[in-house]
Design a protein around this ligand. Sequence first.
Ligand code: WT7
Length: 648
Amino acid sequence: MTSAIVSVSKESRLFDPPAEFSVRAKIGSREVYEGMYRRSIEDPDGFWGEVAAELYWFDPPKTVRQWDPPKARWFEGGTTNLAYNCLDRHVTAGAGEKRALVFEGEPGDIRTFTYAELLRETCRTANALRRLGVSAGDRVVIYMGMVPEAAIAMLACARIGAIHSVIFGGFAADAVRDRVNDAGAKLIITQDGAWRRGKVVPLKEQVDRALTSCPSVEHTIVLRRTHNEIVMQPGRDHEWSVVVDRASDQCDAVPVTSEHPLFILYTSGTTGKPKGVLHTTGGYMVGTYVTTKYVFDLRDDDIYWCTADVGWVTGHSYIVYGPLANRATALMYEGAPNYPEPDRFWDVIARHKVTVFYTAPTAIRAFIRWGDAHPRRHDMSSLRLLGSVGEPINPEAWMWYRDVIGGGRCPIVDTWWQTETGAIMMAPLPGAIATKPGSCTLPFFGVVPKIVRHDGSDAEPNEGGYLVIEQPWPSMLRTVWGDDERFRQTYFSRFPGRYFTGDGARRDNDGYFWVMGRVDDVVNVAGHRLGTAEIESVLVAHPNVAEAAVVGRPDELKGQALVAFVTLKADVNATDELREQLADHVAAEIGKFARPDAIRFADALPKTRSGKIMRRLLGELASGQAPKGDTTTLEDISVLAALRDDDE
Ligand code: WT7
């Protein structure tokens, strides 16, 4: 039996949870975790029923879960409201004066919202939506930057049962148009512009362009943020300062059924039609609430900062809904990490005394490239916990994160999940689980991940394979908006009855999971199916390398040959000698078969707007083709042009 994917990682470092962390943690030992995990699998109804009961329901659920693959229904018979659980519940409990959101704009302006204030603003916005004809089940597109009003707009939709679809502010008119039309949105909430690296990103202008072909949209609400000149179309476009600010701050939360749709979020797809992942109310609420509670081990006085954009699922689940459902104080930062200087994040952490910091490997690699001097200049002793999400984190970046940012004292929670899963699926509980650099460790409660072979049989320990999830979980996607068949095809047809993640992974002898990235990113070299992420990880471990992407190109002899695109650290010269050195380094670390056939130095790698390297485009380049697939999710098109010029 040949394995689906060969794993070549040799990482063996192990870090126990610090004792002083464990004593204060909600879950303080491996034994407690295991007991709770076992219960969540053996008695899911009991386990999830109790978690759900920690939240507010207008009518309590009559059943916990119904599973008729691929259709899951959770907490049927229950009615609730997510905005009520994030706001009213805390105000009613006497926590109205606690800070809910602390906002720092890129220009340096700071605004805070207590829970009582956030509730009032949410009510005003909900009333404005209603006055413009929005009611339960209608779709509202939110196309904004990272401003508190984006979170308020989401909560306002949830409050009246409208379905929000946040479109990342980095997308341009065409992408906005496609998503608005797929969702059939009635209203768009946007802003004049957003701040990014000192410049204005003109959002309203993009909306105007999109709206020339979006027949379903009746109104827009426009927040003034950057004060650039915009055109307001009378009757269609409304000022936030008028329709929201002058609305009443009283608006009862609408009880909705547990399976009432909460939001549609389009995934950064690689081909064709945008894929609208649909999440519903009760299960998503319970999933984001309980994962935030245990994975970030929140304490009442934490200042929690997730650096994701609200336009991605991480922003939905871990800036807005999870933290607010837990009555946390969440920080929101508007701008770029290197504005005005590459130490902006560390400056924010020091000034706001951030205690929990959650960011992405792509950002961590950029910080490494910019140099240690920036973080070293700031007092970050307030930090107690670090998180990572979005990609496999290579062990060297993990170690840097731990030492330079965490001062060697903060546990790192490497959280594996997806837009589709809604909430964290695998992660170390920081007071209970020893960590290994690059592993997301063990499943969260109720999650049953398996590694399987091509034919669906179980892989052996350490044998690379496909990552599937066996049981339903509360926050799982319910369908692809308007396309049940695509939902079934994409997630439940490869291994019938089981959810296919699209990722390759292996499980080690201790039962720890190591996610190797998308299975589309597997390269077949002379019969070895290699996960490119592991080769990249070895390249990044070389002291001169900042970032690497490995792809295959057709090769007559070997099936596929390996091509590595490499960006170097700031002060390193790209020489042929270094190229040889790097190839030798991979051969020495992994084996001769993995020695890259070509190494190409690049100033930057093409990435999606959420920071994922677009290996598909690099593969096309490496094969000597002009990139032909969809490039609308590409962050910076000039990166691609530069790589092509390099070719000639
Ligand atoms: C894909 C999901 C989850 C929110 C942000 C991305 C990769 C994500 C990890 C991790 C290894 C990871 C996977 C996954 N991924 N987190 N901790 N370790 N890989 O959401 O855009 O839906 O992407 O990101 O490949 O399938 P997304």
